[in-house]
Design a protein around this ligand. Structure first.
Ligand SMILES: [Zn+2]
Length: 229
C-alpha cells in the first residue's frame, strides 16, 4: 500500500464510487471532493455524502454553481432535455467541466498535503467528452505540476475499462453489492438500479447485464472443472 494521501473526485455515481474503493485499497489515507454545480437532483450530493460517511472518508463539497452560469446544460437545467444524437456530444456535456474539476481538486489536494488525485473518467464509455480522454488527463497532469510546482499524479483506474469491466473491478474490490445498491447514476435521481429508462440507466444496465453473464459463465466453467477432478 502507498503510504501517501489521495483525493478522489467523487460524485456518488458508480464510477467514482468504484474509484473510491480502489483508492482505499491503494492509499493509506483517502479523502473525497464533491462538486455542487446545481445538479438536477440535490439527491446526488446527499447520496455522495452518505457513501463518504459509510466508507469513513472525509468529504469536501465545493460550490461550482458558476458552471451553470457559464454553460447552461441538461445536467443542471430541468428545461434542457437529455439527448444524445449519434455522432454528437450529448446535451449533458459541459465544456471544460473536467478541466475545472481537476484544477479545483488539485488546489485542494495540495492544501491538504496530498499529491495523488483519482478520477473515474473513462475514454471507452459512450460519451466522448474531450476532457475525459487519456491524452487530456496526461496533459492536465503536466499543467498542474507546472502551475503549482508540485508533483501531482492523476490516477484514472477506469480509463480503459468498459462498463462491464468497471462492474468487475467493483466485484474484485468486494464492493459489487454496495456499488449496485448505493450509487446514483440515473438522470431521474433514482438510487441503485435507477429508472431503467434514461440514457445513464440504459448504459449502466447494459454493462451490468454483460458482467453478470460473464460471471455466470465463468462460475459454470469453474464448476465443470471441479467435476472433472
Ligand atoms: Zn434513469
Amino acid at each position: 500500500m502507498n503510504e501517501e494521501k489521495a483525493v478522489v473526485v467523487f460524485s456518488g455515481g458508480q464510477d467514482s464510487t468504484t474509484c473510491l474503493f480502489w483508492a482505499k485499497q491503494q492509499f493509506a489515507e483517502v479523502e473525497v471532493v464533491t462538486f455542487d454545480y446545481g445538479q438536477r437532483h440535490k439527491l446526488e450530493i446527499e447520496c455522495a455524502a452518505e457513501i463518504a460517511r459509510d466508507l469513513g472518508v472525509q468529504q469536501t463539497v465545493l460550490d461550482m454553481s458558476l458552471l451553470n452560469q457559464l454553460a447552461p446544460n441538461a445536467l443542471t437545467r430541468m428545461d434542457v432535455e437529455i439527448t444524445h444524437e449519434e455522432g454528437e456530444l450529448p446535451s449533458t456535456f459541459v465544456d471544460g467541466r473536467n478541466l475545472l474539476f481537476l484544477s479545483f481538486a488539485a488546489i485542494m489536494a495540495k492544501q491538504k498535503g496530498a499529491r495523488h488525485l483519482v478520477t473515474g473518467v473513462c475514454e471507452t464509455d459512450f460519451s466522448g467528452y474531450p476532457d475525459c480522454r487519456d491524452s487530456f488527463v496526461k496533459s492536465m497532469n503536466v499543467t498542474l505540476n507546472l502551475s503549482m510546482d508540485y508533483p501531482f499524479v492523476i490516477h484514472t483506474p477506469l480509463m480503459w475499462l468498459d462498463k462491464a469491466q468497471t462492474w468487475k473491478m467493483a466485484d474484485d474490490l468486494g464492493a459489487f453489492d454496495y456499488v449496485r445498491e448505493h450509487t446514483l447514476t440515473c438522470y431521474n435521481g433514482i438510487i441503485g438500479d435507477g429508472c431503467g429508462e434514461c440514457p445513464a440507466c440504459k448504459l449502466r444496465k447494459a454493462g451490468l447485464d454483460r458482467y453478470l453473464e460473464q460471471r455466470t459463465n465463468s462460475t459454470t466453467v469453474g464448476t465443470a472443472g471441479a467435476d472433472i477432478r
